[in-house]
Design a protein around this ligand. Structure first.
Ligand code: ADE
Ligand code: ZN
Ligand code: ZN
Length: 244
């Protein structure tokens, strides 16, 4: 997602934090320029520019590509060395939950977790195709060249022209996701497979490679539902990791 997409997820999760998690988030984020979930939600994407070594080392953590024979997760094929969004969510969740780890490590884990729970819900971040999540599928939008990945990261949500906090208030009224209760690991695989199946829905890849208002109107509800789900699920992870 774009910066605003991640901010929406942060606002949604913030509204569902229970008090122990809320207090621990405040403690972990003390000293951040904007010490809120929305405020730190885009940090993982800024690493590429601000810390190129770390940006490169974490680039694969934003997505997972499944093989092109359907939506099934094969860790040795799709997530070698746990270097994919599923591995990154599980690792960050573990580090955040472990109060014996250094505060700085847990702070980074929180910042990564907020971001990657958002990303795994962007359908094209967990895709069954071999086109870099639609980055290699060129489209025309508003008379300009772009690609399908950018349309889903940015344009579907951007076309409503709402600020992230106002947008989050709107999306709060959508139904909350039903999820299994958390055990020792996270449901990140399930969320990625949901994304994968959405990419296979008819019309996601526009035949004429033109993205107009009809495309945006048709697929915006899916993008909005995914942000809504990401917010509630992130809150559930944080309430679990940081509850007492
Ligand atoms: N780069 C390679 N595959 C990608 C994906 N599915 N999403 C975003 N960036 C990618
Ligand atoms: Zn993206
Ligand atoms: Zn990302």
């Amino acid at each position: 997602w774009s910066r605003d997409g991640h901010r929406i997820v942060g606002h949604l999760a913030e509204a569902e934090l229970r008090q122990p998690a809320r207090a621990e988030v405040a403690r972990l984020l003390a000293g951040e320029p904007d010490p809120t979930l929305a405020g730190i939600s885009g940090w993982a994407d800024t690493l590429r520019d601000e810390d190129p070594v770390r940006g490169k080392a974490t680039a694969a953590w934003h997505y997972v590509n499944f093989g092109d024979r359907g939506c099934r997760f094969d860790p040795s094929r799709d997530c070698r060395d746990n270097d994919c969004v599923i591995g990154a969510i599980n690792r960050s969740f573990l580090a955040l939950s472990d109060r014996k780890r250094p505060l700085a490590e847990r702070r980074d884990a929180l910042k990564f977790l907020v971001h990657f729970v958002g990303d795994v819900h962007q359908p094209l971040h967990a895709s069954p195709r071999r086109d870099k999540g639609g980055n290699d599928f060129q489209v025309n939008i508003g008379g300009r060249g772009s690609n399908l990945h950018a349309v889903w990261d940015r344009n579907l949500v951007g076309s409503r022209r709402l600020e992230p906090d106002a947008y989050a208030s709107v999306l709060r009224r959508l139904p909350a996701p039903r999820d299994p209760t958390l055990a020792s690991t996270t449901p990140a695989v399930d969320w990625a497979l949901e994304s994968c199946r959405l990419v296979d829905q008819p019309g996601v890849y526009p035949r004429e490679r033109v993205v107009g208002d009809a495309y945006l109107a048709k697929h915006r509800p899916t993008a909005e539902r995914r942000l809504r789900q990401a917010g509630s699920r992130l809150a559930a992870l944080l309430n679990h990791a940081l509850g007492n």
